[in-house]
Design a protein around this ligand. Structure first.
Ligand code: SF4
Ligand code: SF4
Length: 106
């Protein structure tokens, strides 16, 4: 009885985890989940002093606060891709900006 209950709980948890990952992939947000907020991208962004912060862009996308980050300077991103070259995981914060612009500036 206990083993069956335990097994059911494990199966449900694994199922929810897989569903969550697939959902994020479908929504092309896997890179947002992979961001470790290590800040290495911030060091190379030429527009950091103007408020464009690639790590904040990733964080904003992760917690659905991208509108606020864009308003604080994220929208200034020029897709120079320097952040991607500096990222140890090869992530591309500018892609989140481009997606946001496509949704909000058309
Ligand atoms: S360098 Fe990459 S992993 Fe680190 S904060 Fe920037 S996007 Fe995230
Ligand atoms: S692509 Fe955008 S966020 Fe990345 S370094 Fe260039 S201006 Fe900064």
């Amino acid at each position: 009885m206990f083993l069956a209950l335990y097994t059911s709980c494990v199966i449900i948890c694994v199922g929810l985890l897989i569903y969550s990952i697939v959902f994020q992939i479908i929504n092309k947000r896997l890179q947002v989940m992979l961001c470790t907020e290590c800040r290495q991208c911030m060091a190379v962004c030429p527009l950091l002093s103007k408020g464009c912060n690639p790590m904040e862009i990733m964080l904003g996308a992760k917690i659905d606060q991208l509108d606020q980050v864009m308003g604080q300077g994220g929208a200034l991103c020029v897709s120079c891709k320097k952040c991607q070259k500096a990222c140890p995981r090869g992530l591309a914060p500018f892609e989140e900006v481009e997606k946001w612009k496509n949704l909000n500036l058309e």
